[in-house]
Write a protein that binds this ligand. Structure first.
Ligand SMILES: Cc1cc2nc3c(=O)[nH]c(=O)nc-3n(C[C@H](O)[C@H](O)[C@H](O)COP(=O)(O)OP(=O)(O)OC[C@H]3O[C@@H](n4cnc5c(N)ncnc54)[C@H](O)[C@@H]3O)c2cc1C
Length: 537
């Protein structure tokens, strides 16, 4: 182990400057009497494609800001290896995500509390959603108007996004102008985490206003490889930067915000995890915690693609031209689009309760293999994902080195009842139904994926196994709960040790019905009050 860094110890060391880590860096350093160190493995968020919303289409290929993960071969998906992008940059995944601002529905959080995440029911979560949110439409009972995370309507939308909304209406779905309002179900345009037409990542929202504080130190290019302990108390972090190893001490707490893949990996590298697995990798066991890395959940998604007979999609617009117009014309035009402009929440015939169980993201461009494979011509894409999967996967160690990627076994469609597969079938059928509505008549060209509109259920299942992908919402691998088997308790303290918390998407007990950025930020907002010993809102 490297010698302890000569710099004075910090009160708190936060590992990971992502959606959650930036919130904590800001909130904890509000107290001028504490010293906070924020470690981030990736670089600063200087890349212009991070800040121009439509640049997200370009970010998929930027390995410098992306962990660029692959799953293990997925047995229920033709043994395919699925690509899992995750942000590796200030702002984490909030710097590369699609900016859709969604919270899920109250029952998602009441379910968390019922599963043992005491204090995380909707009534407890809502004040923190409101505290974080700066919605340009203003505040009301459900929304915040002056929080750090700017939320706004899109400045520009493609005409096809309106066509999609109209198709939804024709299919009998309600028009919904606020998916975070009293009613989630329906179709409409997403509100996005943007400020003045630019991406509002967690770094922009929370870190930028705090980084001049004398009591906050931010180190980028700093890969944490191990949390250190004095007996069972976390007392520091070993990390590497500039090709050198450092050991920095924390007098109060180490807070792990590495996200759903890296947080369980770092716990295990630090000796907290299933004892047999740790020993197999030559890691000394600090706490035998069988469930670290377990309970992994993700939204599996199926894309339906169709050619457009009209040249209105984003497929043909030169990227340089978009960027030029965006920067020259005050952050307006297609460059301000998050691409996944419209969408919806639908309750399928199989829904076990009153909640929507399918989410849609409409993209006025052909999106194959996450946009990594360019197709010829013009077209549009409808993503459909099942919101509350029953399958569970896990994160496991590939080695005892932080520089090696952890193993991801998503285990999609592996639930014993086969319910997840039935739901994916519902997703594919719903997309086909929506593309068949009269609103698309003026645009509908030949189908691309699937290749025919009249596939039988058996053929659609083959299509799903061959083409389904992640919609980027892994959670649950450091599950919060009141039971001893959970990884963290409801105050997010890691069981079996002291002075260590996990605060990020990995602590969610189950997936919420929607995208996961806003819920992660809510978790960090509430965690900040818990850590500071402040009364919760
Ligand atoms: C392509 C994509 C599109 C998405 N679209 C949306 C969307 O439209 N709306 C939405 O709500 N959600 C979306 N999401 C999901 C959402 O962004 C994530 O759920 C959320 O950002 C997770 O936050 P987190 O804090 O758990 O992890 P992250 O934001 O991923 O942060 C983890 C941070 O920790 C750092 N880190 C990890 N390990 C170490 C280490 N050992 N040492 C130092 N630093 C480390 C990482 O580099 C990263 O910066 C999307 C995600 C992706 C990838």
């Amino acid at each position: 182990m490297p010698p302890v860094s000569p710099a004075a110890a910090f009160d708190y060391i936060i590992i990971g400057a992502g959606s959650a880590g930036c919130v904590l860096a800001n909130r904890l350093s509000e107290d001028p009497d504490v010293k906070v160190l924020l470690l981030e493995a990736g670089p600063r968020d200087w890349h212009p494609f991070i800040h121009m919303p439509a640049g997200l289409a370009k970010l998929v290929g930027q390995k410098g800001v992306n962990w660029d993960y692959d799953t293990s071969p997925e047995p229920q998906l033709d043994n395919r290896v699925l690509w899992w992008p995750r942000g590796k940059v200030l702002g984490g995944s909030s710097s590369i995500n699609a900016m859709c601002y969604i919270r899920g529905v109250p029952r998602d959080y009441d379910d968390w509390a019922a599963q043992g995440a005491i204090g995380w029911d909707w009534a407890s979560a809502l004040p923190y959603f409101r505290r974080s949110e700066g919605n340009s439409r203003g505040a009301d009972a459900l929304h915040g108007g002056d929080g750090p995370l700017s939320v706004s309507d899109l400045r520009y939308t493609n005409p096809l996004s309106q066509v999609f909304v109209e198709a939804g209406r024709q299919a009998g779905l309600a028009r919904n102008d606020d998916f975070n309002g009293p009613q989630q179900q329906g179709v409409g345009l997403y509100q996005v985490t943007q400020r003045d037409g630019a991406r509002c990542s967690s770094a922009v929202a929370y870190l930028d206003p705090a980084k001049a504080r004398a009591n906050l130190t931010v180190h980028t290019g700093a890969l944490a490889s191990r949390i250190t302990f004095d007996r069972h108390r976390a007392n520091g972090v070993v990390y590497s930067a500039f090709g050198k190893a450092f050991h920095q001490q924390a007098t109060r707490e180490v807070i792990l915000c590495g996200g759903a893949i890296n947080s369980p990996q770092l716990l295990m590298l630090s000796g907290i995890g299933p004892a047999a697995e740790l020993r197999r990798h030559g890691i000394d066991v600090v706490a035998d915690a069988a469930n670290v890395g377990r309970n992994l959940q993700d939204h599996l998604d199926i894309c339906t693609l169709q050619h457009s007979t009209q040249r209105v999609t984003y497929d043909r617009v030169g990227d340089l031209q978009i960027a030029f117009n965006y920067f020259l014309r005050g952050h307006s035009g297609p460059g301000s689009s998050n691409i996944a402009e419209a969408g919806g929440f639908v309750r399928s015939p199989l829904a076990p309760d009153e909640r929507a169980d399918i989410q849609l993201h409409f993209v006025p461009a052909m999106l194959d293999d996450h946009g990594r494979r360019r197709l010829k011509g013009d077209g549009y894409t409808l993503h459909a994902c099942f919101l509350r999967p029953r399958s569970r996967g896990r994160i496991a160690l590939a080695s005892n080195r932080a520089s090696d990627k952890a193993r991801i076994e998503a285990n999609y469609l592996s639930d014993a009842e086969g319910f997840d597969l039935k739901m994916m079938l519902e997703c594919a059928k719903l997309s086909r139904e929506l593309f068949g509505q009269p609103a698309f008549d003026a645009y509908r060209g030949a189908p691309i994926f699937p290749a025919r509109n009249d596939l039988s259920d058996t053929e659609l299942v083959e299509f799903i196994r061959a083409k389904a992908e992640t919609v980027y919402h892994p959670i649950g691998s450091c599950r919060m709960g009141s039971d001893e088997a959970s990884v963290v308790d409801p105050e997010l303290r890691v069981r079996g040790v002291e002075g260590l918390r996990v605060v990020d998407a990995s602590v969610m007990p189950t997936l919420i019905g929607g995208n996961t950025n806003a819920p992660t930020i809510m978790i960090a907002e509430r965690a900040a009050d818990l850590i500071r010993g402040l009364p919760t809102l």
